[in-house]
Design a protein around this ligand. Structure first.
Ligand code: SF4
Ligand code: SF4
Length: 230
């Protein structure tokens, strides 16, 4: 049977079927939607009907929420302040050591201020592992989903500074809705815990004050009033 070339014919028929189905699907969709909406995106899978590849850059696969590329720094959009405290944990845990932070210093006291003056990530070295985002205790660094980052330059274009790295927390909420919801729930739980602790403290203080007996009024004889001056 093999000598008759049936295997080759079978393979070619699969290719031909996909080729024809690609156009059939296009016509079917055009007929239904009249080209108002874009054609449904085909995913790369052998089970696909018709074309099995994505026609990039005309088409792009929807990215999963946990897709990650180069990290970005989060800025609180309410206060306008960076969430980063320049603690340096991300730089310590980064396996290829591609994070470089310069701390802010108080100009008067010369003591360090918990805010980064400069923050750099060398995107040519970053291996997109996500350790920095995982270990940051302040949710100040997150993994970005942007992947079209090619450029002609190799230094200032690829070594990303604080300005290029910083994005508002609304951006983080838009690309990571699950993570954002978890952060908000944790924040609300933390605030509730603090409120309850303060309430308990105030109650304890009030109970202590109620249990303490009031000081008795002094019964010692008062000195006589001074005689009037003549
Ligand atoms: S991004 Fe997070 S871990 Fe890194 S320095 Fe800032 S606060 Fe620390
Ligand atoms: S993703 Fe990994 S390699 Fe890239 S900066 Fe963060 S810790 Fe370093």
């Amino acid at each position: 049977m093999g000598l008759l070339g049936t295997g080759i014919l079978k393979g070619l028929s699969v290719t031909l079927t996909h080729f024809i189905n690609t156009y059939l699907e296009d016509f079917k969709y055009l007929g239904k939607k009249a080209g108002i909406e874009p054609r449904p995106l085909r995913r790369q899978s052998p089970k696909n009907y018709g074309l099995v590849t994505v026609e990039y850059p005309k088409e792009r696969l929807p990215l999963p929420e946990n897709f990650r590329n180069i990290p970005f720094l989060v800025r609180d959009s309410q206060t306008g302040e960076d969430k980063c405290t320049s603690c340096g944990i991300c730089a310590k845990v980064c396996p290829p050591q591609c994070i470089w932070i310069v701390r802010t210093t108080d100009p008067v006291t010369k003591r360090p201020v918990p805010a980064p003056k400069e923050f750099y990530i060398d995107s040519t070295i970053c291996m997109n592992c996500g350790y920095c985002a995982e270990f940051c205790p302040f949710d100040a660094i997150k993994m970005n989903v942007e992947y079209e980052l090619s450029d002609y330059g190799r230094i200032k274009e690829m070594i990303l500074d604080k300005e290029r790295l910083t994005k508002p927390d609304t951006y983080h909420a838009a690309i990571h809705p699950t993570d954002w919801a978890r952060e908000q729930a944790e924040k609300a739980a933390e605030e509730e815990k603090k409120r309850q602790a303060e309430e308990a403290k105030a109650k304890a203080a009030a109970a202590k004050a109620a249990a303490t007996p009031a000081k008795p009024a002094s019964t010692a004889p008062q000195p006589p009033a001074a005689p009037p001056q003549s």
